[in-house]
Design a protein around this ligand. Structure first.
Ligand SMILES: Nc1nc2c(ncn2[C@@H]2O[C@H](COP(=O)(O)OP(=O)(O)OP(=O)(O)O)[C@@H](O)[C@H]2O)c(=O)[nH]1
Ligand SMILES: [Mg+2]
Length: 204
């Protein structure tokens, strides 16, 4: 059997209110594009390969967690085996920020305790020229994330601000988590027996 052409396979969920920019984030990350008019996602996942620390090949299974209540009554997200979570809110929509706590609670309820998580405030470009559009300050987002012990970022999928940093930091946290072996997340590791793992697959 051919050995896998990657060092790690990570399953990552992106969660947050409808309209918080989850699909646009994934579009930018996986296809490097942005489209303004989007319909609500039913459920979706994508595969993406990314190089971490120069020569560590990571295969990402990115799940676009649907937020629409209509869909959620007939479809429960396949959280099993998740390695990392991205919580999102729209910095121009205070309700989506307030609801972020509920998404955090949902993640904690269904996903292994201690799984690496980050929080992103989206649509940073919208406040570039008009700060009045902002409904959540940077400090509010940061404080909220700190209270939960999570990394915090403000990003723009439209202008490609912060996208790469967020995913790289999350991958770093997941690898760190594996190294410290806090979570039993070996199930999706297709590389358990690979002795040729590049040394850059470790955190430096
Ligand atoms: N200006 C700006 N608009 C954005 C950005 N990201 C998303 N949007 C807009 O916000 C709307 C919702 O974005 P989506 O990515 O579809 O939101 P979602 O979280 O996937 O929504 P659901 O699929 O319903 O859960 C769309 O009209 C996007 O064009 C951004 O970085 N900047
Ligand atoms: Mg969507």
């Amino acid at each position: 059997m051919e050995p896998p052409d990657y060092n790690y396979l990570f399953k990552i969920f992106i969660l947050g209110d409808t309209n918080s920019g989850k699909t646009c984030y994934l579009d930018r990350l996986t296809e490097d594009n942005f489209t303004h008019s989007k319909s609500p996602t039913y459920h979706d996942f994508r595969i993406n390969k990314i190089i971490f620390n120069d020569n560590c090949s990571i295969k990402l299974q990115l799940w676009d967690g649907n937020a629409n209540l209509r869909f959620r009554t007939i479809y429960s997200p396949p959280y099993r085996g998740t390695h990392g979570i991205i919580l999102t809110y729209d910095i121009c929509d205070r309700n989506s920020f307030l609801n972020c706590k509920n998404w955090y609670i949902e993640a904690k309820r269904y996903i292994n305790d201690g799984i690496p998580m980050i929080i992103i405030g989206t649509k940073l470009d919208k406040v570039d020229f008009d700060e009045k559009k902002r409904q959540v300050t940077y400090d509010q987002g940061k404080t909220f994330a700190q209270e939960l012990g999570l990394n915090f970022y403000e990003i723009s999928s439209k202008y490609n601000i912060g996208i790469r940093q967020t995913i790289m930091d999350l991958i770093g946290l997941i690898i760190e988590d594996r190294v410290s072996n806090k979570n039993n997340i070996q199930a999706n590791d297709n590389n358990n027996n690979n002795n040729n793992k590049p040394k850059n697959c470790t955190i430096q």
